[in-house]
Design a protein around this ligand. Sequence first.
Ligand SMILES: Cc1ncc(COP(=O)(O)O)c(C=O)c1O
Length: 388
Amino acid sequence: MVFHYPEEQGIQHNKISSASISTMKFTPFHLEDLYNKFENQYQYNFSSACMPVLSLKDIFNKNQLNELTENFLNTKLDYSTKFGSSKLREALVKNLYPCLKKENFITTAGASEAIYLIMKSLFNKGDKVIVQKPIYQSLFQVAQDAGAQIIEWHVNLQTNSWDINELKDLISKNSDTKALVINNPNNPIGVAFNKNELKEIIGSLDERILIADEVFQPLSITGTPSVSALYKNAIGICDLSKSFSLPGLRLGWISCQNQELINVFSSMRNYLSLRTSLISDLVAPLVLDQSKMILNKNKMILKNNIDSLYKKDKEGLFFNLDIPKEKISSLCIFTELKEQYKKLQLEDLVKERSIFIALGDNFGEGYKGYCRIGLGNLVSPQLLESML
Ligand SMILES: Cc1ncc(COP(=O)(O)O)c(C=O)c1O
């Protein structure tokens, strides 16, 4: 299989002879490649899926920092423990998942590793997987590259929502479906299912596996629960990168009540990072103990950013803001470009306005003419001006 970069996005790749890579089979991650391509070439990132990044000084007081430093300096940098330290998993239970036990978790190198090892360990050639679309690429691509058949459950772009009756139809037409994959709140659409909708979805699954990427769930301003607390065959994925503003820690986790699945993931992880970083494992429980403070602050920033954007809409942005403000649950908004901007190329936006934005075609066929706005970064008046 030849490694193929999408030429239409102008991504250069080294010419490697196809013979030398004949065993390689994976599809490039379009959006992450775009970030790499345009890195440092723009002033305004209007596509960030992270809240403003924090330092440890932003989170802890002087005494806590002294204690942490002392602990860092005296810790032998061994491998951390297999599922993540007890202290870290207990902090997850205490601060985010009061209905679960520490045995229901395994920590990973970011949500990225969690997604990869779940997909790699669960899906084989011919397996049927229903996937909410659009969605963060790895949530279907890894399974698809392993030969699984992806059945798409599409958003209605008029209402920015997914019809659960449509999901029920997809399941009854494909009764051998193995799992459903969702991202809740969704990247790039930005909306979330509420608890009742999640219960209806779970009811329709009839014991099948539910995989939910929940990296924006702690930040959700409309409120949405983690699925792992609702259903024994649910697998939740979360991290400290998005809602907690600490992507550099590369700390993620999987939550699941089914111990057999946790053990499978632990076994698969022997081929990936083996264990998460010990330094991150030391910091993470202390960060989680500050959850309320970090999340409240980030929710406030997010609400202010949303308000500023909707105010500016009155002056005429280059995209429509048809989605009611109250529906936005996290930091993405997926919106249609105004007619005269539909043929817009990212290269032009970067060159002419110094803006980086994710255009709809990065999320699959059918989304051309749309764009994903990321409201994580502080929205400055200058940034808003550049979008008129
Ligand atoms: C929906 C979603 N899942 C997972 C990830 C990966 O996050 P991490 O930094 O934890 O690997 C991202 C990153 O943008 C994301 O948007």
